[in-house]
Design a protein around this ligand. Sequence first.
Ligand SMILES: Nc1ncnc2c1ncn2[C@@H]1O[C@H](COP(=O)(O)OP(=O)(O)O)[C@@H](O)[C@H]1O
Ligand SMILES: [Mg+2]
Length: 258
Amino acid sequence: MSNIKKFRIKSFKENRSILKLDKISLKFGRKTILDNLNLRLNNGQILGLLGPNGVGKSTIFNLITGLLSPDFGKILINTEIVNDYPIYQRTLKFKIGFVPQHGGFFHDLTVYENLKAIAEITIENQSYRGEKIDSLISKFELDPVRDIKADFLSGGQKKKLVIAIALISDPKILLLDEPFAALDVMTIKTLQEIIVNLQSINNISVILCDHQARDLLACVDTAAIIHNGKVIADGTPTNLIKNIDAQNVYFGESFKIS
Ligand SMILES: Nc1ncnc2c1ncn2[C@@H]1O[C@H](COP(=O)(O)OP(=O)(O)O)[C@@H](O)[C@H]1O
Ligand SMILES: [Mg+2]
């Protein structure tokens, strides 16, 4: 039997949609990956995407960041259709930040140099740039490894660095692709706290995905189960695990929140 312990469930107060995928379809060759998929993120919400490996979670992130274009359907940020905007404009104009599952940093640069390299592109004012880098280093407790090359950081420190890099451009929406993968329990707890704080302190709306439910459900407001290219169930963690469709295709019968 699987049990998950709730880290903190926040009820989101705003009902305004900040990001919407409207009837999105995508094929790779002849294989349908997404099939008329609808998804909505409210302002100030933490949304989880769940589904087994290969179901299309990273593909959804790639569509949002602009790495991929859908065959059909619209991607809306606030109320604007962004399908035709290139990646850099989605980052700068629409304030989308992305934390990939693997990499996302320069291996041979130090923590400080990594942040500086990105800040030099996105922050013009030099003194603000320095302040921003220092505040992110301190926020994520990276001071002791500030001058260490990223390749030599622990898994958790690397993940914090990549989140810090994504935060340099002050995103309104942050996408985290399997942020807990290959991390130890204590580091996962720290990351869950960071994610919840990004929402509650910085009012960043967050989408994170995972193929495993336990760690994800502990820190989201709502989650959606992806199956056969569609969202087949969504809701708060408590409601989702009671959902018959979600149980049938994803959780099984014995999954519980403790
Ligand atoms: N660029 C691509 N070309 C062809 N097939 C791809 C490409 N990217 C992903 N796929 C396939 O699409 C499916 C969904 O992939 P992905 O979104 O990475 O799944 P998930 O992140 O849920 O594990 C998988 O079957 C994968 O092999
Ligand atoms: Mg993936």
